[in-house]
Design a protein around this ligand. Structure first.
Ligand SMILES: Cc1ncc(COP(=O)(O)O)c(C=O)c1O
Length: 376
């Protein structure tokens, strides 16, 4: 059988090795200069004032929820079509996620649905830029301003995306979080970054990620409740190397998405993910295709696996996980999200995916769907 094609693959090279070695030889494995260097490089790339490195996207979201003061009795409007961490970060603090359905095209929180769900206990909005498609930030910002709600952007899948006003996701001046797990647009193995809303929030994030230590306190002095959410300098070294080639890696992802779109246009009963509209720019994170209603998605995944092509059901709706059902959520509440969830699957997607590999994935997919070969 031909070589199997994985779902994701990080781009790691000699620059990553060089910088990791630099940290190893320095003996400064945590809270050293590489961490600061990574924060500076990221800040510059995104065009923001500051950014705080943390141990994961999840821990970044948790600190973001705390910085906004969300807690027991507070409700936060968010998307059910997301990775579970965007709701869990609220539960950690005793706040309640209030799910609202998503827009059928972008699969992001629908601002109208969110407006309809605002209630007396609403304290915030947590939009997720799902699959790298920018959420409707101007509309959600207006809604937040109207009702005096805090905003925390889950940009974990959207580094490099640009919104409808031409602004990079995460640069609009409120809290935003990014994630660097190995399948992301850039990776540190595990890791995340929080863009703070202002200098006071930045100081709080830096203290809370570091056991509540204040900048001027000693190692065993803790000024407030904190966590160990630090990013190691080894991970930061990967981050510095990855930021250096981030623009290039994003272009490569866009190229791969283009190759898929061209071929999949000739496959029936399948919808490719939408390209962005107007000033928007999608940051290609995964390549999720949507199968027709009558197609057995799980059987398609199994058939692809038999042919050496990895794929994955993407994404399960988070309101249907057991710990969210305990809050009363059920099937049928968010039909747009649930339909997307039931019929989508992610195909292999990474910057070094070759044209021949994309060809093979598409041909195998057509065959798995019972269709003949895709012709020129
Ligand atoms: C939308 C979204 N939110 C949050 C996270 C959490 O990031 P991490 O896995 O780094 O904790 C992810 C990562 O998979 C994600 O895709």
């Amino acid at each position: 059988m031909s070589e199997s094609i994985p779902l994701a693959k990080p781009e790691l090279g000699s620059r990553e090795e060089e910088l990791v070695l630099e940290v190893l030889r320095s003996g400064r494995l945590s809270l050293g200069p590489m961490g600061e260097r990574f924060e500076r490089a990221f800040t510059e790339w995104l065009g923001v004032e500051d950014a705080v490195a943390v141990s994961s996207g999840t821990t970044g979201l948790h600190l973001g929820a705390r910085a906004l003061g969300w807690g027991p009795g507070d409700e936060v409007l968010t998307s059910p079509f997301s990775f579970v961490a965007s709701a869990n970060c609220l539960l950690y603090e005793g706040a309640q996620p209030v799910f609202c359905d998503v827009d059928p095209l972008t699969l992001n929180l629908d601002p109208e649905a969110a407006a309809g769900a605002v209630g007396e206990r609403s304290a915030g909005i947590l939009p997720v830029h799902i699959f790298g498609y920018p959420a409707a930030m101007p509309e959600l910002e207006a809604l937040a301003a109207k009702h005096d709600l805090g905003l925390l952007e889950d940009a974990c899948e959207a580094l490099g995306a640009v919104d409808s006003e031409g602004r990079k996701v995460g640069s609009r001046g409120h809290l935003a979080t990014f994630a660097f797990y190995a399948n992301k647009q850039m990776t540190t193995g595990e890791g995340g970054m929080v863009v703070p809303a202002d200098a006071a929030v930045a100081a709080r994030l830096r203290s809370e990620r570091n056991q509540g230590r204040a900048a001027d306190l000693g190692w065993l002095d803790h000024g407030a409740l904190g966590f160990n959410y630090r990013l190691s300098d080894l991970a930061a070294a990967l981050g510095v190397a990855q930021v250096e080639k981030l623009t290039e890696m994003l272009s490569a992802r866009e190229r791969v998405a283009g190759m898929y779109a061209e071929r999949l246009a000739r496959v029936e009963c399948l919808e490719a993910p939408p390209a962005a509209r107007g000033a928007e720019r999608r940051s290609w994170f995964v390549y999720p295709v949507r199968l027709g209603e009558g197609t057995d998605r799980d059987a398609t995944i199994a058939r692809l696996a038999e042919r050496g092509v990895a794929s994955k059901a993407y994404l399960p709706c988070i309101h249907l996980f057991p710990h969210l059902r305990e809050l009363g959520y059920r099937e049928g509440q968010f039909p747009v999200a649930e339909a997307a969830s039931a019929h989508s699957l992610a195909l292999p997607f990474f910057p070094s995916l070759s044209e021949a590999q994309v060809d093979r994935v598409c041909q195998e997919l057509a065959a798995a769907l019972g269709q003949g070969p895709i012709r020129e």
